[in-house]
Ligand binder design. Sequence first.
Ligand code: SF4
Length: 363
Amino acid sequence: MTEAIAAARGEDTAPNQERDLRDLSLDELEETVVAAGERAYRARQIAHWLYRRNVDSVDAMRDLPAELRTLLNHRFRLAPPLVATARRSDDGTRKLLVRLADGEAIETVIIPAGNRITLCMSSQVGCAMRCAFCATARMGLHRNLSTGEIVGQVVAARRELGADEVLTNYVFMGMGEPLANYPRLLRALKVMTAPWGMGISPRRITVSTVGLPTTMARLLADTSVNLAVSLHATTDEVRDRLAPINERYPLKQLLEACSRLPLKRRGRVTFEYVMLAGVNDSPADASRLVKLLAPVRAKVNLICFNPFAGSGFQASSRSALQAFQAILHRGNLTATIRESRGRDIAAACGQLYAEPHPETLSQ
Ligand code: SF4
């Protein structure tokens, strides 16, 4: 018997709202409503209210029978994603500090650019990967986000948008290593892409990883979303320093795994490369990168480094950035420069950092 059925059939009368209603898959919603004596189609009605109408109260699901609403209220939480603060950058970027039920917090960033509005989502509270150029790494890993907390960021962001604004792209490049929270990430991606869920095209979703080879392959087999791999260096010596996961999966092993990925119709893997002055931005690095990526269907995203207190790194100069890009182009690599967005509100790449709420934690 699944947890959902057990919850629906539970004979105790005390509310047991430990599970977020947004954590349930469609199958589990169906099992819940059927176990409550209702027809299975009620599950799709619930999902419609959750993911299309973005309600945060079971009582708002007006077409459900009163008894079913009572049962759902009794058995599940439907905590609205609480945006504690929303800061707006001069360039229109908005950073949301989303407070979670246990007092922890995550950051989610809305990035408008041209006719796109991209949502940069978090997958964990903090991160265990220790990348040297990243503020989130300073937090360490507090915990994984639940499925409901991951998709709740979309709900929270939608509420922050104006009437004429629509999210067009979704990137898992916020706090955390998404593939280290794979089961919940996968469920969240299903909710985001399923017709019964948010109905977002998987082509508009990109999952960025520091490079966990086995789970990368699973992601591409299990979904149709895009993959980005954070490379950041062209030698093991430098990558060990910038992204310590390299000690476990050195460059050769990582790139061999990338060359074997089942890309299907995706086209190419994006490689992220943060440009750090005097560390990884020399012409020799650019030439090595061309050689390293030759066996992979690859494109490169050069990221302007966003300094934060105590990082110990400097951003590459504009001329170094352009010279690096030119070498990649001559090597027939598509390479774009990702300009810094939201830097004035510490919302840019590598700058996300959120403290738990001390009062809530002590309750
Ligand atoms: S860059 Fe990404 S994987 Fe690395 S520490 Fe920061 S959040 Fe974690």
